[in-house]
Design a protein around this ligand. Structure first.
Ligand SMILES: Nc1nc2c(c(=O)[nH]1)N[C@H]1C(S)=C(S)[C@@H](COP(=O)(O)OP(=O)(O)OC[C@H]3O[C@@H](n4cnc5c(=O)[nH]c(N)nc54)[C@H](O)[C@@H]3O)O[C@H]1N2
Ligand SMILES: Nc1nc2c(c(=O)[nH]1)N[C@H]1C(S)=C(S)[C@@H](COP(=O)(O)OP(=O)(O)OC[C@H]3O[C@@H](n4cnc5c(=O)[nH]c(N)nc54)[C@H](O)[C@@H]3O)O[C@H]1N2
Ligand code: SF4
Ligand SMILES: [Mo]
Length: 710
């Protein structure tokens, strides 16, 4: 596949090269870093079994961030004139500690908040959760993974009792006869994964992609179901309806390994193909073809990503697709099953070790008395000193500066004024804070609002473990020292804890010591890391959790015999299709969907600063179908104003027949006036609290700027 192979070149191995992993996505490609003169050389690591040497353009250019001129090299604090100016670490940390103590004294412990990230190593995510509960005693902690994996995670826990994105190694993709890939543009969001789909095809397998756009991923598929945004539950129910109708489900598996199918059978009975075509726009013939490819395969997989999950019914959507995998008896069978493709570098580990509002390490629940006892003992505090569950990410951000909300906040590893939905509103909430501190490598849009900015060490400058999209715990090694004046996030948290009078609970020499405590804290939990050591990771190129003992090899594939539910069975959930939170109408007649481009990462705080990536894509465009463009009198390169009920923004127009006529797409990698999140809808899923990034109602207007250009 061209996209997957683009940019792959192998360099001669340097003897002093350090093997580490890419700073960006959950694929966590293995790479080698070395220095040649003043240049840092990045090479793909052919020996790492996941990417096998391949890197995407973001990985190839990642070292440019390390010595970037805009990199933060000393702490900043606001002076009397309101400007951010350099200061000492001692002053910066003392200011944060003072602001936290003040907010707590005035408004109570929950007025101090932490916002973490799926970009943080396991050690940092763990330490941030401990810092909230032990050093601050606050319930107010959550993280950007709420905007990312929370719907699929909640669905997996409901259905299987545990959430490990892929409960099987990636390698099995190559051996699945049919794969249903839902709302994933993997060819751009994790290009090296395409080698597995390519091998699957060489083995005679078939790929079905569900996406409102004909993406490079959809173009690589045998069947592309180009659904109306927001209609996944109807489409999934419709496929299951056909599988039942045509006798393709696995009755024995359903009987022996699952519960709750009868209600699902009754629910999907009314999703006959013509009705599903009406709702989703996918022709009946295609529905039948896809259902038969899935149902008649010996081995098959259902994989979901953000397209179906980032919706106000994202959990329902994931559950509706899981129903298909269970009804076909796929879950637990080799080269088969359900999985979701995790997004952020440590999206998986980041949701396991306690930076979530409702969670303790080891994927434990904060409201579970046994979990509280276990963790309180590891942290050597009284059980009732542990706060209860707090608010989810968007709810916390929405409450910033309010009476009962967070008044003093530390953000570590996220840029929410660009990446949160309804971002203009969120920007105003940030401005209403009494105090904001941000730890980052760069002065991100969020850091620009801060009272204190802390310069953090980057990925290649510190050690730490990451858990990739397969649940494989890997080791990022340190290749270089951080620039002078820069501290690691772990050093920052420990120093800040000392300023708050909690030095003894945060006296870690480094990440290894934090990991040792994380192992003990996770012991006996669902995500059990207690048997994993740095040495074992190095010897095996990663260890899959759960790994409950040092002589345990780890768990590459799960669910072969049972599920970690009360009775060992997987659970079906009857799902009714419901329209998106905001439907299109005369005033706002188009669906706006948002997502990613190959060359940029997330809020763009890192990749917009890299010249090669900026050259690939300088600014965002609106993707519009030619028929729609004509309707609005727009041509390629014109500027158009895009308006939703939240606001308006002006973008360049990209005309493409690869998108549905009723849908437009804008990437979210830019800030300020170009931040598409100023327009998105913050309707939240009732269970996962995931915002509806993937669908809202919009309208287009010609920009007056076009007139000038004639
Ligand atoms: N280049 C790049 N790679 C990345 C990232 C990045 O920012 N840039 N971020 C990483 C992260 S954190 C994540 S979470 C992943 C995300 O990886 P993906 O989920 O692959 O990425 P998205 O572009 O958000 O969304 C995928 C697709 O969903 C489609 N879609 C929109 N609406 C719907 C719908 O209603 N139903 C369905 N079925 N599909 C719909 C979009 O058209 C889009 O092609 O990527 C990771 N990798
Ligand atoms: N419209 C729309 N919005 C979306 C999405 C969408 O599809 N559409 N997707 C959502 C998803 S899936 C996600 S994951 C979020 C991501 O959104 P964000 O959380 O904003 O993601 P990043 O841009 O990765 O922000 C990371 C910030 O932390 C810094 N950073 C990175 N690593 C570290 C570290 O180790 N330590 C410290 N201290 N700083 C670090 C980076 O420089 C950057 O400024 O966006 C969400 N927003
Ligand atoms: S961004 Fe993801 S796919 Fe690209 S090199 Fe990094 S880890 Fe690999
Ligand atoms: Mo994400």
């Amino acid at each position: 596949m061209a996209v997957a192979l683009q940019g792959i070149e192998f360099h001669r191995a340097m003897s002093d090269a350090v093997f580490t992993h890419c700073p960006y996505c959950a694929f966590q490609c293995g790479m080698r870093l070395s220095r040649s003169g003043s240049k840092i050389i990045v090479e793909g690591d052919e020996s790492f079994p996941v990417n096998k040497g391949a890197l995407c353009v973001k990985g190839w250019t990642s070292a440019a961030a390390l010595e970037h001129p805009e990199r933060l090299r000393q702490p900043l604090a606001r002076n009397a004139r309101g400007e951010l100016v350099p200061t000492t670490w001692d002053d910066a940390l003392a200011r944060i500690a003072r602001a936290f103590i003040d907010a707590r004294a005035r408004y109570g412990p929950n007025a101090v908040g932490l916002f973490g990230s799926g970009a943080l190593t396991n050690e940092k995510a763990y330490l941030l959760g401990k810092f909230a509960r032990v050093a601050l005693g606050t319930a107010s902690i959550d993280y950007n993974g709420r905007f990312c994996m929370s719907s699929a995670a909640a669905a997996s826990i409901k259905a299987f009792g545990v959430d490990r994105g892929l409960p099987f190694p990636l390698e099995e993709i190559a051996h699945a006869e049919t794969i249903l890939l839902v709302g994933s543009n993997a060819a751009e969001t994790m290009p090296p994964i395409m080698q597995y789909f390519q091998r699957q095809r060489e083995n005679g397998g078939r790929l079905i992609v569900i996406d409102p756009r004909r993406t490079p991923t959809a173009a690589a598929a045998d069947i592309h179901l180009q659904l109306t945004p927001g209609t996944d539950a109807a489409l999934a129910n419709g496929l299951l309806h056909l599988l039942v109708r045509d006798g393709l489900i696995d009755e024995q598996y359903i009987r022996e390994r699952t519960e709750g199918f009868e209600l699902v059978r009754r629910t999907i009975a009314s999703y006959w193909p013509e009705r599903v075509e009406r709702i989703t726009g996918v022709p009946v013939a295609q529905l039948i073809e896809a259902a038969h490819l899935l149902g008649r395969a010996e081995t098959a997989m259902v994989l979901t990503a953000r397209g179906a999950e980032q919706q106000a019914r994202g959990v329902d959507n994931a559950l509706a697709y899981i129903n298909i995998a269970l009804a076909l008896g796929l879950v637990g069978k080799p080269s088969s099953g359900y999985g979701c493709l995790t997004g952020q570098g440590n999206g998986q580990g980041g949701r396991e070790h306690g930076q979530k509002a409702d969670q303790l390490p080891g994927y434990r629940r904060l409201d579970d008395p046994a979990a509280r006892r276990h963790i309180a003992a590891v942290w050597r505090i009284a059980e009732d000193a542990l706060p209860g569950p707090g608010r989810s990410a968007y709810e916390m951000l929405d409450g910033l500066g309010r009476e009962d909300g967070v008044r003093a906040l530390l953000v570590m590893g996220s840029n929410p004024v660009v990446s949160a939905p309804n971002a203009a509103h969120i920007m105003a909430r940030f401005e209403a804070l009494d105090f904001l501190a941000v730890a980052d490598f760069f002065l991100s849009e969020t850091a620009q609002l801060a009272d204190v900015v802390l310069p953090s060490a980057q990925w290649a400058e510190e050690e730490g473990t990451m858990t990739n999209l397969e649940g494989r715990v890997i080791l990022r090694r340190r290749a270089f020292s951080p620039p002078e004046g820069v501290l690691t996030d772990i050093e920052i948290l420990c120093a800040l804890a000392a300023h708050l009078g909690h030095a003894s609970s945060f006296s870690f020499a480094g990440p290894r010591e934090v990991f040792d405590e994380l192992r003990r804290a996770s012991a006996g939990g669902l995500a059990d890391y207690s048997g994993i050591t740095y040495e074992k990771i190095e010897a095996n190129r990663g260890i899959f959790w759960p790994c409950p003992a040092e002589d345990h090899p780890g768990t590459p594939r799960m669910f072969a015999d049972s599920f970690p539910t009360a009775n060992g069975r997987a659970r079906f959930h009857a799902i009714e299709y419901r329209p998106p939170a905001e439907e299109i109408d005369e005033e706002y007649p188009l669906y706006l969907t948002t997502g990613r481009l190959l060359a940029h990462y997330q809020s763009g705080a890192q990749t917009r600063r890299i010249a090669e990536l900026r050259e690939l894509v300088e600014e965002p465009s609106i993707e519009i179908h030619p028929a729609t463009a004509k309707l609005y009198g727009l041509a390629e390169g014109d500027r158009a104003i895009l308006r939703t009920r939240r606001g308006a923004a002006e973008f360049k127009v990209r005309v493409t027949a690869d998108i549905r006529e009723d849908t437009i797409f804008v990437p979210f990698h830019w800030g300020n006036a170009l931040a598409i999140n100023r327009l998105t809808n913050a309707a939240l899923d009732p269970i996962s609290k995931m915002p509806e990034f993937k669908v809202c109602a919009a309208r287009l207007e010609r920009s007056s700027a076009n007139g000038k250009e004639g």
